[in-house]
Design a protein around this ligand. Structure first.
Ligand SMILES: Cc1cc2nc3c(=O)[nH]c(=O)nc-3n(C[C@H](O)[C@H](O)[C@H](O)COP(=O)(O)O)c2cc1C
Length: 199
């Protein structure tokens, strides 16, 4: 349930939003984000990595979004219309949350070997903002490789949200927490506010 001002949800009405979920412990927070977006009138399509499905089942996201969840590039491909190309077109905004250390590395390299990275690779970022919400243990967040990958991704035009700091599920305290669902909703609303609805 969203606790901010109801007007903050207005930018989502009639929008097409892709949410990619990776195998981070914070994937439970993204359930709430997807529910809020759907209740605000957005058409939300969730995609998941294989490992993400160890944390939350596709059924949860299917129920919350009211739409099929994309779990494999090899499902539902039509001869002239592969699923990932169809799913990547006409989007108003895309969010990958939680974005794992692994996914940051893959996107920085241009890898497209799973449903989430393939969908990200198929999104034209000149038209559709692609927002990454990294979330990981504070040591993983401070790794030089992660710092390098985040810098590369920003230079490549991805929007990278700074993780929050505080208690982590691994019993550490530090930077790397996924921001709370309301904060993610507010950030997405800010990205969409001045953008015309994509047809
Ligand atoms: C219990 C558990 C929690 C994890 N939490 C995170 C996390 O919060 N962030 C992260 O980057 N990796 C985390 N990992 C490691 C990723 O799940 C692992 O690198 C995985 O292969 C990433 O898959 P994906 O990027 O394809 O979703 C966790 C692993 C386990 C076993």
């Amino acid at each position: 349930m969203y606790h901010g001002h109801p007007d903050n949800l207005l930018p989502f009405k009639g929008r097409r939003i892709a949410v990619g979920v990776c195998a981070g412990i914070a994937s439970y927070k993204v359930c709430s984000v997807v529910s809020t977006l759907a209740q605000a009138g957005a058409e939300v399509t969730v995609s998941m990595t294989a490992d993400a499905q160890r944390f939350v089942t596709p059924l949860v996201f299917q129920s919350l979004s009211g739409r099929p969840v994309l779990t494999s590039p090899w499902e539902s491909s039509e001869p002239k219309d592969p699923q990932h190309i169809r799913a990547a077109s006409g989007l108003d905004v895309a969010l990958i949350a939680p974005c794992t250390m692994n996914m940051l590395a893959k996107l920085a390299q241009g890898s497209a070997d799973c449903m989430v990275s393939l969908l990200a690779a198929s999104i034209d970022r000149a038209k559709t903002p692609l927002v990454l919400a990294p979330s990981m243990n504070e040591v993983m967040w401070r790794q030089p490789a992660t710092t390098r990958n985040v810098a590369t991704l920003k230079a490549d035009g991805f929007h990278v949200i700074d993780p929050a700091s505080g208690w982590q599920a691994c019993r550490a305290v530090g930077p790397g927490r996924l921001p709370e669902p309301d904060a993610l909703i507010d950030l997405l609303a800010a990205v969409l506010r001045d953008r015309p609805v994509t047809g």
